[in-house]
Design a protein around this ligand. Structure first.
Ligand SMILES: Cc1cc2nc3c(=O)[nH]c(=O)nc-3n(C[C@H](O)[C@H](O)[C@H](O)COP(=O)(O)OP(=O)(O)OC[C@H]3O[C@@H](n4cnc5c(N)ncnc54)[C@H](O)[C@@H]3O)c2cc1C
Length: 399
């Protein structure tokens, strides 16, 4: 690759890699700096929503996700005690998307596909073992300062995108605030290898299962069934994964009568936060560096990819077609409100609904969901919202 770089991306997560690929395909020279020695094998996100599949299709990635993932047309709303409440099939939104289903596929596979495809372009490179420490800029360029195994280095470019995740060093270096809150509990993901739909017939491949304290999101990913549920803030790792307690929590969701084989387990703190701006001069933010939310509804990565794709198109217009830099303000105007009004609002609502404590409100919500199933128009509206189609449409309507 030549010494002259047009765009530096910090972070080779899924958002950084997909954004880099789009730029490379347009003939833009791009350098991704990644702190880790290789792509991170991250099991966090697994849900890809219809508009994301539509967008990734243009990069020939959707077929790869489908080949290594699970196509999941339906979502279920259940209750731990009352069982199935309602089920919705994305087939009813086939007039709105070429992919009327979710695909469940681990996020690291997406980063891998995009990185491999990017490697075919001589003007695109990922440098590993390069933790970025800070960013400076003037009117002409932006400079990224980073460490390497051989000592500190810096590199300059026309533009820089911080895709370095929720603790973004780029965002901190630019003194961009990250207002919001941290939930007063922790979230467990426990991935079991047993086929839960055979153990517990009728269980869907994506199920939102409500309960005041023992709610759960159950997702069938290609290799696991992933149980995501809350635990008290002061519970230790040992207590959370102590055999009896762990098996109690999983059996509460899908009674097995014996122990599930849990192959992968993690505990997360969860935040709801949005950066106060997505642009500072020649520096931009995308993905978790710009916004984080709870995982109920699977919107964080999807929203991050929508950012990266939107931003890449604008940078291509500026760098290849001489469009005005004001487009970068439009990126902020189009994507930031969506993170606040759609993704934050929806994910907070999703969690609240799952954990509702008032029995009357729970019953009312269940009745609403059941009656929605009998009303096709309202069912379509629900899926347009949960599948993020409404958010993408709103974003594109903003000037
Ligand atoms: C339990 C759980 C389940 C989830 N499920 C879903 C889901 O189903 N659907 C969904 O849409 N979202 C989901 N999410 C959210 C999703 O995982 C994130 O939104 C997604 O990982 C964001 O991608 P990213 O590329 O922006 O950041 P990351 O994946 O965090 O990648 C950031 C990259 O930057 C690198 N980096 C960090 N600091 C530096 C530095 N200083 N210098 C250089 N490199 C650096 C990191 O090593 C990493 O490779 C879930 C999250 C959790 C916790």
């Amino acid at each position: 690759m030549s010494n002259q770089v047009q765009v530096i991306i910090v972070g080779a997560g899924p958002v950084g890699c997909v954004t880099g690929l789009i730029l490379a395909r347009a003939g833009i020279s791009v350098l991704i700096l990644e702190s880790e020695p290789s792509l991170v094998l991250d099991l966090r996100a697994s849900t890809f929503h219809p508009p994301t599949l539509d967008m990734l299709d243009e990069l020939n990635i959707t077929e790869k996700l489908i080949a290594q993932g699970l196509v999941t047309p339906t979502i279920q709303y259940r209750d731990v005690d009352d069982g199935l409440i309602a089920e919705f099939d994305h087939a009813i939104i086939s007039d709105h998307t070429a992919h009327p289903y979710r695909v469940q596929c681990e996020q690291f596979k997406l980063a891998g596909f995009a990185a491999d495809m990017m490697a075919e372009f001589s003007d695109a490179e990922i440098r590993f073992d390069c933790p970025v420490a800070g960013v400076t800029q003037d009117g002409d360029s932006v400079t990224v300062h980073f460490d390497t195994p051989d000592g500190p280095e810096e590199v300059s470019a026309d533009y820089m995108i911080g895709c370095d995740g929720s603790r973004s060093a780029v965002r901190k270096s630019l003194s961009i605030g990250f207002e919001g809150f941290t939930y007063p509990e922790k979230f467990v993901t426990a991935s079991a290898i047993e086929p839960v739909d055979e153990i517990y017939p009728g269980m869907g491949h994506v199920a939102y299962i409500s309960h005041p304290t023992e709610w759960c999101v159950l997702i069938h990913a290609p290799e696991f069934w992933r149980f995501l549920y809350p635990i008290p803030l002061d519970m230790t790792y040992e207590e959370a994964f102590e055999r009896e307690y762990l098996q109690y929590r999983l059996n509460r969701i899908a009674p097995y009568g014996k122990d599930y084989t849990v192959d992968h387990r993690t505990i997360y703190s969860v935040n709801q936060r949005v950066a106060e701006t997505y642009r500072k001069g020649r520096a931009l933010l995308a993905g978790d560096a710009a916004h984080v939310n709870n995982p109920v509804g699977g919107m964080g990565l999807n929203g991050g990819l929508h950012d990266g794709i939107n931003l890449a198109e604008k940078l291509i217009a500026i760098l290849n077609a001489g469009a005005a830099e004001g487009l970068l303000d439009q990126y902020d105007r189009q994507r930031r409100p969506i993170a606040i009004e759609y993704v934050q609002a929806q994910s907070i609502r999703n969690k609240k609904t799952l954990e509702e404590t008032d029995p009357l409100v729970r019953k009312q919500r269940q009745d609403e969901l059941r009656s929605l199933m009998d009303d096709k128009e309202k069912s379509i509206e629900l899926l347009l919202q949960t599948s993020m189609i409404n958010g993408v449409r709103k974003s594109l309507s903003l000037e």
